[in-house]
Design a binder for this molecule. Structure first.
Ligand code: NAG
Ligand code: NAG
Ligand code: NAG
Length: 287
């Protein structure tokens, strides 16, 4: 963890002016499953805007989201006077017609960041991750209220490319003070065809599971049939009367030739009750 911390501090020195920086996907060290079907975790713009000098006053960072489209390569997130846009997810059709504001948070001063060493402590981990990361698409509560006007950060669409931008707002003027570039397109995950069955060990598909279970029960039925045949053959042997053998041959001859031309005995087996079937087999055994 301390090596990571050093790397992050080094990153702070590197970053320099905010203008030519882009929002970045959260490091794999923090979030393993990212992006998901509906969320994208990003690193917060720490030490970006206040890297050269500490900012005086109150600042907030706004996060804007835009669904990727060639016509919005350089979409603006402020009006002509420099006031940041307050367009919502709903107004922009989830970022498809214009950027929407998905999150706002206070700017944590670069000199005052919590140590990542404490992230191993379960009680502090979530708070520390919230300091470093923001998750787009994490809160769908605003969708249930059609008249909701506030900040709305509902789930993103699967298999869709999005771009992100951070904006620094001077809260005493309410104007945009600085901003990052739009990020490179980041694609949410795609729903895979078998993802519902992926939890099964060995990732077997539905068809494979059916075949496996049929094959698994087949030997059982064969064994059952064989055991029954042997049992009945003992019963027949015990009887001195040979009439049963004759009966089954009569049944066999009564079957029309067209049905049982190749396998006449099978045809009679299929038509007769289960006991007759056993008798046919037993007669063959006796022969
Ligand atoms: C993008 O917009 C910014 C400010 O709105 C402008 O300075 C820059 O030249 C634009 N870039 C392109 C490629 O249009
Ligand atoms: C989700 O959004 C609603 C409305 O914006 C807010 O009141 C609530 O605190 C948010 N929940 C979380 C867990 O952030
Ligand atoms: C933010 O706005 C206040 C009030 O207008 C101003 O005094 C301050 O210099 C601004 N911050 C920066 C970094 O320009």
């Amino acid at each position: 963890m301390s090596a990571l911390w050093a790397l992050l501090a080094l990153g702070c020195l590197w970053l320099g002016s905010a203008v030519d920086l882009q929002p970045q996907l959260a490091s794999m060290t923090f979030v393993t499953n990212n992006p998901t079907l509906t969320t994208v975790a990003l690193e917060k713009p720490l030490c970006m805007f206040d890297s050269s000098a500490a900012l005086v006053g109150t600042y907030e960072v706004y996060l804007y989201v835009l669904a990727e489209s060639p016509s919005f390569r350089n979409a603006s997130v402020q009006d002509r006077t420099g006031v940041p846009l307050s367009s919502t997810f709903r107004q922009t059709e989830g970022g498809r017609t214009a950027p929407y504001k998905a999150a706002a948070f206070a700017l944590q001063p670069c000199s005052d960041l919590p140590s990542l060493d404490a992230a191993g402590d379960a009680s502090q981990a979530s708070e520390i991750l919230n300091t470093y990361l923001v998750r787009v698409g994490a809160n769908g509560t605003c969708l249930s209220d059609p008249n909701f006007q506030g900040l709305c950060n509902p789930p993103l669409s699967a298999a869709t490319e999005y771009r992100f931008k951070y904006v620094l707002v001077n809260m005493s003027t309410g104007l945009v003070q600085d901003q990052t570039l739009w990020s490179d397109p980041i694609r949410t995950n795609r729903l895979t065809r078998y993802s519902a069955i992926d939890m099964w060990p060995g990732r077997r598909s539905g068809g494979m599971i059916v075949i496996t279970s049929v094959l698994g029960s087949l030997p059982f039925f064969l064994l059952l049939g064989f055991a029954g045949t042997i049992f009945l053959s003992f019963v027949d042997t015990g009887s001195p009367d040979g009439g049963t053998v004759h009966d089954s041959q009569v049944t066999q001859e009564a079957v029309p030739k067209s049905l049982g031309a190749s396998e006449p005995s099978d045809a009679s087996v299929n038509r007769g009750p289960p006991l007759d079937r056993a008798k046919v087999y037993s007669s063959k055994l006796q022969d």
